[in-house]
Ligand binder design. Structure first.
Ligand SMILES: [Zn+2]
Length: 341
């Protein structure tokens, strides 16, 4: 057959199927199976399914059998009339379907994922958190981002514990680790189980313990806000949601997933930074310390990292300028409702 489409033929009302080919021979349809060739009468075809993404095309025969193929172009060639009749409707259907999918995806990302992630984070038991901390830390060591530190030369730990106690927090909820990490530079980060990592470069850059403690107060805010786990769960959930909605097919899906993921992470990161800053101002105040110290610390970090760029991979603290302003406002307005900002 000059133009034949290969696929599978399903028996009537059954999932039993066998390889088959559908083609045209001098104007009439011919169905070929292992059993031989069968010429179909003009009324032998009941319906041809429209093209919808990567969904297989189905040609329903009048006797109940169904020919199925992934060769959507081949079906369009075999049934040009069906294409002509359906093209207008199909264009609209696909457009509407795409719009609906995007709308559902966007709504899920904006409303459902954050709630699901924060619920999942809240339900994660503390042994699991500790496990995440220790495996993350050992990964950082294995890939050489973090080297064995020289301990705690500034004796930060007792001061950190004192600050937490003064603020009414339990120091045993946290573990402070000072590391040498030349490739990370001046930085500090919090892990879900309460492990706070601070680099010797940051201690050196800030100079004063007061400023280092203010940064640690910010990291405590990330732990109490469950930000690390939420980001983790949202990133995992995003992929699952997009796969679920699209059947995991299509190259475009990866592009959507990547861009949505990047956008989501950036947005959340900014939101989480603001939250952690507000929590830090509150903690410092409760501990009888100066909240302005956090703004001063961020200014020093920003000056040092001018060349790093806001979107560099290690820029875990975006929107510095904005944040410093916000912290100064919070610090200058004691007792004001912070959640209103
Ligand atoms: Zn942060």
């Amino acid at each position: 057959m000059p133009d034949s489409v290969s696929g599978r033929l399903f028996e009537a009302g059954s999932s039993r199927n066998a390889p088959a080919a559908l083609g045209r021979d001098g104007g009439s349809l011919v169905l070929r199976t292992d059993a031989g060739a069968e010429r179909l009468p003009p009324e032998g075809v009941a319906s041809v399914s429209p093209a919808l993404g990567r969904t297989p095309r189905r040609v329903a025969l009048a006797d109940g059998r169904v020919f199925e193929t992934k060769d959507t172009d081949g079906i369009d060639r075999l049934f040009p009339k069906a294409r002509g009749v359906l093209s207008g409707a199909r264009g609209w259907t696909l457009g509407a379907l795409a719009a609906a999918t995007v709308a559902i995806m966007a709504a899920t990302i904006v409303f459902v994922l954050p709630l699901a992630a924060s619920l999942a984070a809240a339900l994660t038991p503390s042994p699991v958190r500790s496990l995440i901390d220790s495996s993350a830390l050992s990964t950082l060591r294995t890939i050489g981002l973090v080297e064995e530190g020289e301990g705690d030369p500034q004796d930060l730990e007792p001061q950190f514990g004192e600050m937490l106690r003064a603020a009414g927090e339990d120091p045993s909820d946290y573990r402070l680790i000072v590391v040498e990490a030349p490739r990370i530079g001046p930085n500090a980060f919090a892990m879900p189980g309460g492990t706070l990592v601070v680099t010797t470069d940051l201690i050196e850059l800030l100079g004063r313990d007061e400023l280092v403690l203010a940064v640690l107060a910010h990291e405590v805010g990330h732990v109490t806000g469950d930000h690390g786990l939420q980001l983790l769960y949202r990133a995992l959930g995003l992929r699952a949601v997009i796969d679920g909605l699209t059947g995991g097919a299509g190259a475009g899906v990866d592009v959507v997933a990547e861009n949505a993921g990047a956008l989501l992470t950036l947005q959340n990161t900014r939101g989480f930074e603001r939250d952690a800053d507000a929590a830090a101002v509150d903690l410092l105040r409760r501990a009888g310390r100066r909240p302005e110290a956090l703004a001063e610390a961020l200014s020093l970090i920003r000056e040092d990292c001018r060349a790093c760029g806001e979107d560099s991979i290690l820029s875990t603290h975006p929107g510095m300028e904005e944040r410093i302003e916000a912290i100064r406002r919070l610090a200058a307005a004691p007792g004001e409702d912070q959640t209103a900002r």
